[in-house]
Ligand binder design. Sequence first.
Ligand SMILES: *Cc1c(COP(=O)(O)O)cnc(C)c1O
Length: 380
Amino acid sequence: MSDAPIAFIDLAAQRARIGAAIDEGLLRVAHHGQYILGPEVKTLEADLAAFCGAKDCITVSNGTVALAMPLMAKGIRPGDAVFCPSFTFAATAEVVAWLGAVPVFVDVLPDTFNMDPASLEQGIAKAKADGLKPKCVISVDLFGQPADYDAIEPIVAKHGLWLMSDAAQSFGGSHLARKVGTIGHVTATSFFPSKPLGCYGDGGAIFTDDAEMAALLRSLRVHGQGTDKYDNVRIGVNGRLDTMQAAVLIEKLKILGDEVVARDAVAKRYSEHLKDTVPVPSILPGFVSAWAQYTVLVPAEARAAIITVMKAEGIPTMVYYPKPLHLQTAYRHFPLAGNGLPVSERLANEVLSLPMHPYLDEATQDRVVDTFRRALKAAA
Ligand SMILES: *Cc1c(COP(=O)(O)O)cnc(C)c1O
């Protein structure tokens, strides 16, 4: 068997499939010259909304801004509490702190790695006890699987909060009958190149069925402009998606559904061959993961050795995330739900993500699986 290094995410394989169409789109933009909010941006927004069934889609410059703008639209401010998991990428909590509000960290479930509804309840109680005003929940669809919204939404409703779904990793997935993009008051996603739907640079989008929210987001995206371009009616940002990126995404979106099916087949086959050795990803019945990552749990004390052995055999692995947010320097002074977040802390020591993309052929999957099994045995 070859030990040539393989790709963790193989964007070149995707280019072999649709590269010509993407390049044509990029050239078209170069020629028409409408680099900012050109026709491709409008087309993409309509295509994205149609893909998931949301009423409105507002494309933006990256996934972090996609998370921040709805908080701005809702007037999140100092004294407000926004609940989010600690086991996530920093952007989820960062945007809350931007506005001077307080991110309250909530624990995740040990099997799905998504927000623990019981911990959310504890977080809300903690915020109230600290004199904060509970306002918003940001759930994260970690590694591509939607959070358990049927359990989260009643808690959001009971406390009069609103829900934003951080779907940076899950666009293309679904929660029973609902597609990602239609869950919660607003959904934010990212088109960072390594996400399930990635562009050739930075990009993001916001989805909502709330027409008033959509209008506010379109204004915020261009410095809070009103009907008169030079009479700004609110404080906004420069949050526009480049027309070039829209041209790339128009082509990639056409094959996203097919790519999610291919990722799912890789994941199922990985799990089939690994489930007797380690805990494999647990996908809830009726949920579809977009498989941003395929993540197993390994014994904490064996992880470094497994990574080293696999790397030597040309198999890249990643640790998402080695440190939960509540243990990071910039975030450790924010409040926590309950008595600490033990699941987030344990997962940070045990997670290991294997190569995952839609173009992983069976021979390469077998190589990943065989190398992992040998590395695990050697490290145990
Ligand atoms: C990638 C990511 C973001 C941020 O997206 P950018 O486009 O990189 O700004 C936010 N939340 C999560 C969970 C992510 O994975």
